[in-house]
Design a protein around this ligand. Structure first.
Ligand SMILES: Cc1cc2nc3c(=O)[nH]c(=O)nc-3n(C[C@H](O)[C@H](O)[C@H](O)COP(=O)(O)OP(=O)(O)OC[C@H]3O[C@@H](n4cnc5c(N)ncnc54)[C@H](O)[C@@H]3O)c2cc1C
Length: 292
């Protein structure tokens, strides 16, 4: 349980971190909260020659509003997001999701950027960021690029980030009037990770019809995804209990449900259906409450 020897630096600026990453490439690893990386080092499943600690870079954990968008720095901890007053009113799905992660210690240390780039198939954040139609900013020696969350996750522990890039911020739209959201999951009892987790964001129009909707699913398959069939079924229609049930049935369409010691593929698909229905119902209720 002792990691292989490595060098350690704690850059004071993003530029310094990017240069170190460009110089060392795959021999270097970025360190955020360390909750996933340190166990990998101790088990010697990762043997970087250099650890680049991001925690001293000013501003990388800031949460702010930029016009119609919310900007969350990659180094923001789950707790910062859970307790942000700005997010409580401008994007409640983020605190709703943060609250569901692990326990107080985990939320105090783990970061949204570490979670998204680690891409554990059971992690909670991907569901919320997908439901919100979020965008990720990646910074590297060759410049910056933005990528839609839907194109970021490629598979279990695999994303579109290059070894010389750093995830610096996550952008999601501000939730306005008549928007509602919910994140619901069945958690593994030991860790809190999602066996299945479903995030829903929706906006209703003045007649109570679902004007826009995003449904993000995690835990069900190797890769988190947007349940497009569910969204299409609801868009433009009133979210009645009957329609919610009919649309939730479609959540696992096109996915390949995981099977492991926590749940069979069949049970996971069933859970996804149940949690999708409940999350849509909850989000619609909250949207009606914000209709005035
Ligand atoms: C006991 C326990 C319970 C947990 N329960 C849950 C849970 O219920 N739900 C859940 O979703 N998660 C859970 N987690 C995960 C945890 O909350 C963290 O989100 C996760 O471990 C990764 O975040 P981190 O900041 O610790 O990243 P680190 O461990 O520091 O890094 C993880 C990986 O991401 C890379 N990385 C980190 N930041 C960046 C960046 N900005 N740009 C590019 N690459 C980067 C690192 O190089 C590394 O490869 C749990 C963890 C523990 C230990």
């Amino acid at each position: 349980m002792i990691p292989a020897a490595f060098d350690y630096i704690a850059p004071q600026s993003l530029g310094e971190a990017m240069r170190a990453l460009a110089d060392h490439g795959e021999d270097a690893k970025l360190l955020a909260g360390g909750h996933s990386l340190l166990p990998l080092l101790k088990l010697r499943l990762a043997r970087p020659k250099l650890l680049i600690d991001l925690s001293r870079i000013p501003g990388l954990g800031n949460i702010s509003q930029d016009g119609e968008q919310i900007v969350v720095g990659a180094l923001a901890t789950h707790y910062q997001i859970e307790s942000s007053k700005l997010l409580a009113t401008k994007c409640p799905l983020l605190p709703q999701t943060a609250r569901a992660i692990g326990d107080v210690q985990v939320r105090n240390r783990g970061t949204i950027g570490g979670s998204l780039t680690h891409a554990d198939p059971s992690a909670d954040w991907p569901a919320a960021i997908l439901a919100l139609g979020g965008e990720l900013k990646l910074s590297g020696a060759k410049g910056e690029r933005r990528i839609a969350a839907e194109h970021f996750f490629l598979g279990a522990m695999t994303t579109a980030i290059e070894p010389t890039e750093i995830l610096t911020e996550i952008r999601v739209p501000v939730s306005t009037r008549r928007c509602g959201s919910a994140y619901l999951k069945m958690a593994q009892q030991a860790s809190g990770f999602a066996i299945v987790g479903v995030a829903v964001w929706l906006r209703i129009d003045t007649k109570g019809r679902c004007e826009d909707i995003g449904v993000g699913v995690t835990g069900l398959s190797e890769k988190p995804f947007r349940a497009r069939a569910v969204e299409e079924r609801l868009r433009g229609n009133r979210p009645t209990p009957k329609l919610i049930d009919e649309s939730a049935i479609q959540v696992a369409e096109g996915s390949d449900p995981l099977e492991d010691l926590h749940a069979s593929a069949k049970f996971r698909a069933h859970l996804a259906q149940v949690y999708t229905g409940r999350a849509i119902q909850e989000a619609a209720k909250r949207a009606s409450g914000r209709a005035r």
